[in-house]
Ligand binder design. Sequence first.
Ligand SMILES: *Cc1c(COP(=O)(O)O)cnc(C)c1O
Length: 391
Amino acid sequence: MLGAQVARPFPLQDTQEPRSIPLFDLGRQQARLRADIDRRIARVLDHGQFILGPEVQELEAKLAAHAGVRHGIGVSSGRDALIMALMALGIGPGDAVLVPAFTFAATAGVVVSVGATPVFVDVDPVSYTMDPAALEAALADLAAHRGPIPKAVMPVDLFGLPADYAAIAAVAEQHDIVVIADAAQSFGARAPDGAVGSLAPITCVSFYPTKPLGAFGDGGAILTDDDDLAEAVRQIRTHGRQGNGDEAVRLGMTGRLDTIQAAVLLAKLSVFKAELHRREMVANLYDSLLSGAGVVTPGRGADTRSAWALYTIQLEDRDRVRDELQARGIATGLFYRIPLHRHPAFSGFLTGREDLPVAEALAGRVLSLPMGPDIADDEVAEVATTLKAVL
Ligand SMILES: *Cc1c(COP(=O)(O)O)cnc(C)c1O
């Protein structure tokens, strides 16, 4: 799949073949940035500090500044960021963590990984993010049935749009649980209250290649204002050691971001603001071209800026439309076809009282269209025109 993303999929201008439009086009971005990336990687090979080298520290400072928080910590992946956040907060067996039912499977998987119980919460049909009223209902259900003790809620900034942290924080405070932001898809986004990274006590980011800020391999980051949590995460990512000490002061893991990935990310971060702006323009163009077409375009608040990891519409007859678009050379994505409570991996955590109608409906209706900083206006127009013809 990655190979297809990186390949240049466009035939020469003068061929008669219809061109194809990929869901993500990472090859164009690489071409734009290649010289800078080559130079930065060469510098890492020269100094040889492959683990926690100077590029990692430089990136961490820039990520923290971008988010407006005291600490940025480079880690090995988005999933590991979430696991380390849970470990730093001491969450484990007997604890419940509330997660949205409509997201990538990792969001619940990390909860299981630390021995805690995931509890599924329905999402809002407009924003696709966790519904604060459904969170309240899920907490009431846990209390009524003496389930595991709720310790944390993990909203997801789905498709790049920040969750409703103000409302979720209010519920969390009432119930004395902590908010862990799964911002795997949303670094760079902003809510009225601030940038992603500053909207929760601890925020977890992924640098998987197709995320808005993507490395050339796995990577992630934790952002926080909390000195103690930051210290705990730094220990956990190096086997539970304090600094360079040989004593394991707590349980840890191999959770570091590679220096080479930090070098790639520094190159990408230097153009990130412009890329976010371009993604926003692409989304606005889709909105206007698809208005009146009989599909639901992504909702967002007027003063919220999505990172536009994906542009995801809802429509009837989704699978037929997807097939017909594919036949016409337009790739689309299914994020997500299976709500979390339907994954076999989590079947052991169901109570039988799950009431998740929005997540169920979205799984059958969503379709993600080609998105990225390098898609051209005429390609967006071609996607929209083809989609309307197929509908
Ligand atoms: C991508 C993603 C993750 C996992 O990130 P990796 O870097 O692939 O481990 C977790 N949660 C969500 C919502 C994601 O989209």
